[in-house]
Design a binder for this molecule. Structure first.
Ligand SMILES: *Cc1c(COP(=O)(O)O)cnc(C)c1O
Length: 354
């Protein structure tokens, strides 16, 4: 495999962010779960989170939790399990988030078969309209049934916000979650270990001191890995420099900025648009839309203009840069959340852990 394109991953930054979040969360009664999905659960990243003091790793995919198997941490599955993967869920996850009785029954049967206890957190929907029952009575009924299932231990209640519906975590919706958790505890004479209120999007209200007492877990991914939270805003006292992308220049030529006679569609079926800037120095880099959506990457050299790309080529205008780029030079880009996700997922992008 060639060295470039290459996503650089600074593990120290992740550890520092984790250390900082553990300390801040602790002062608000929160113990964070470390979410690895943005980095496809590379074990290096999981270990960096553990080194920062977080001992519960969480991911949406069972294939990712499998990669974390050797690490010394509890594992939590974030996406509702599919019935067809019940066997692996019980094997590789200590805890899973659930909202369906049929799935709980499948997990229960598997847990009994594997002689294991599987912990479940029920998800309740507080209006963001992704997973969980929206009606309180449904969640209460599910809890009553869950505690009767062998091999299953009901350990918590959770909700997901600011993911699909753009609903912000608030003291009101967090209090509603606590109210339902209290009802589950009273009705069933149990104590819930986790009330898990939000993702990194919940850090704002936590830091303002508006998270009601009793919510005791946030599931943190973007804030640990990229130092960002609600609306992708930077989280105070965290670093945003974990990831960047290095690509190699394979051609530099001076060319007109308008195509010779543009009549056909581009490689993606769009009618291309051009701005006439006259003759410009252009560089082609060895990366393309098969690797990453080029709207999700920003050159660190701010005098570079991204003019476009195709499946395997990225075209830059480097005329205004003070740097004397040559064929073989590297250009480094900052990445958005989805840019990181795509580069981590692509088998064509080399992963360089620093
Ligand atoms: C991805 C995910 C998270 C983490 O979200 P971040 O914004 O990365 O902190 C938390 N909970 C669930 C259910 C998720 O799917």
């Amino acid at each position: 495999m060639s060295v470039y394109p290459c996503i650089n991953i600074r593990l120290n930054t992740i550890t520092q962010n984790a250390q900082h979040m553990v300390a801040t969360c602790k002062s608000h009664g929160i113990s964070p779960a470390g979410v690895t999905k943005l980095a496809c659960a590379y074990p290096e990243v999981g270990q960096a989170i553990i080194n920062g003091g977080i001992h519960l790793l969480a991911d949406s995919r069972i294939a990712n939790l499998k990669k974390l198997q050797q690490l010394d941490a509890e594992k939590m599955l974030l996406r509702l399990p599919a019935i067809s993967e019940a066997c692996e869920v019980v094997r590789y996850a200590d805890i899973s988030l659930n909202s369906e009785l049929a799935t709980l029954q499948a997990l229960s049967a598997e847990a009994v078969k594997q002689h294991r206890q599987h912990q479940v957190i029920l998800m309740h929907d507080l209006g963001d309209l992704r997973e969980g029952a929206f009606f309180e009575e449904e969640t209460l009924a599910l809890a009553r049934l869950a505690i009767t299932l062998p091999g299953i231990e009901l350990v918590g209640l959770g909700t997901n916000l600011a993911c699909y519906g753009g609903v912000e975590p608030s003291s009101e919706n967090q209090s509603s979650l606590l109210t339902i958790a209290a009802k589950i505890e009273t009705e069933n004479q149990i104590k819930l270990k986790y009330v898990t209120g939000a993702s990194s999007a919940g850090l704002n209200i936590m830091q303002r001191g508006e998270l009601p007492r009793g919510v005791n877990q946030l599931r943190l991914g973007a804030s640990l890995l990229m130092g960002i939270g609600l609306n992708d805003d930077p989280v105070p006292n965290t670093r945003q420099d974990t990831f960047d992308l290095s690509v190699e220049i394979i051609e530099i030529k001076v060319k007109p900025s308008l195509p010779a006679n543009s009549t056909a569609l581009d490689a993606f079926g769009n009618k291309p648009q051009f701005i006439d800037r006259g003759l410009r120095k252009r560089a082609i880099c060895a990366i393309g839309k098969q690797d990453v959506d080029i709207n999700q990457i920003t050159p660190q050299d701010s005098s570079i203009l991204v003019i476009g790309g195709s499946s395997d080529h990225l075209i830059l205008d480097i005329s205004d840069s003070d740097i004397n780029y040559r064929v073989g030079s590297l250009v480094t880009f900052n990445l958005s959340y989805s840019g990181v996700l795509q580069c981590m997922t692509s088998e064509y992008v080399n992963k360089h852990f620093i």
